[in-house]
Write a protein that binds this ligand. Structure first.
Ligand code: TA6
Length: 293
């Protein structure tokens, strides 16, 4: 069921605004916290708890154009993560983040402000896709796929979260110690084992597989931890482009690698999802912050 954008508005809690590139977004508010959910790509671009710096990073060079991905926030990668499995002409990370999503429902209670969008059926008829954002004392994002076919569908997916940090040299990611990963930058595609927390001193692009572990982004410069937990996700991708790749990306400032890190909640590679006819798969992401003394 599609509703009108206007019906998503709830006084003081959910507003409809025009943002970058004059693109419409829903502003969710809860106890001084704020989230911006763009209809373009159902893209959560901004999350700021009360009294804190933004938790999600966005590039000052990002495009905000129809058919182009927004750089930063939480891109929705679906129904494939990375390159299309067999058609190089298809866009990186799927079609969902390039489409204009439709409003479904919103609500606001003393517990949370919530909004749900759906991918227009014309974009990918084999499956229905919805994204629900819930803002409370933390941020929850759920990506739900329903198989519309009478046969299994296979897909990969990610909530490709870009986190705002003070200085990449003073950041570690914990929670994946001992987990197995593929280093996408190495010619050796065999599984490696993570030894201790992840630190960053060069381009880093790792797919941790068969892991349901929660992670934390430890920002020692900002004295903040960003906790990233998940359900129904068996892959976690950790990425920083470092300087050479940043320079090669037109929608990414040359030195912006210093202020971001991606910890992505995914089902990709060997963790691709096979969904039987009529069945539902919901991948769930929870983001919260903690001040360090
Ligand atoms: O998640 C890591 C990754 O797959 C990197 O390899 C890099 O391509 C990044 O995603 C950004 O992808 P995008 O299409 O947003 O430029």
């Amino acid at each position: 069921m599609t509703t009108s954008l206007q019906k998503m508005i709830i006084q003081d809690r959910i507003a409809l605004k025009n943002g970058h590139g004059n693109m419409p977004y829903l502003e969710l508010r809860f106890n001084g916290a704020e989230v911006h959910l763009y209809l373009h790509g159902a893209h959560v671009l901004h999350y700021q708890p009360a009294g804190q710096r933004p938790v999600l990073w966005q590039s000052k060079s990002s495009l905000f154009e129809p058919g182009k991905p927004i750089r930063g926030g939480i891109p929705v990668c679906w129904p494939w993560f990375g390159a299309h499995p067999n058609d190089p002409k298809q866009p990186l990370h799927g079609v969902a983040r390039l489409a204009e999503w439709e409003p479904v429902r919103s609500s606001a209670t003393s517990e949370a402000a919530t909004a749900t969008l759906k991918l227009p059926a014309s974009v990918y008829p084999d499956a229905s896709l919805q994204l629900t954002v819930e803002l409370s004392d933390h941020l929850s994002v759920t990506l739900t796929t329903i198989n519309n076919r009478d046969t299994d569908i296979n897909f990969t997916e990610a909530l490709h979260s870009y986190f705002a940090i003070q200085d990449i040299h003073a950041v570690t990611v914990t929670g994946l110690e001992g987990q197995r990963y593929i280093d996408k930058l190495s010619s050796d595609k065999s599984l490696q084992t993570q030894n201790g927390p992840i630190s960053f001193s060069a381009e880093t692009d790792r797919v941790y597989t068969d892991t349901s572990h929660a992670c934390a982004v430890i920002d020692t410069a900002l004295k903040r931890r960003i906790h990233v937990s998940k359900e129904n996700s068996l892959s976690t991708v950790v990425w920083n482009p470092w300087i050479e790749k940043s320079i090669r990306m037109p929608d990414f400032g040359d030195r912006e690698y210093l202020e971001m890190v991606c910890v992505e909640t995914a089902n990709c590679g060997s963790n691709a999802v096979t969904l039987p006819p009529g069945q539902t798969h919901a991948m769930h992401l929870r983001i919260s912050t903690q001040k360090d003394s």
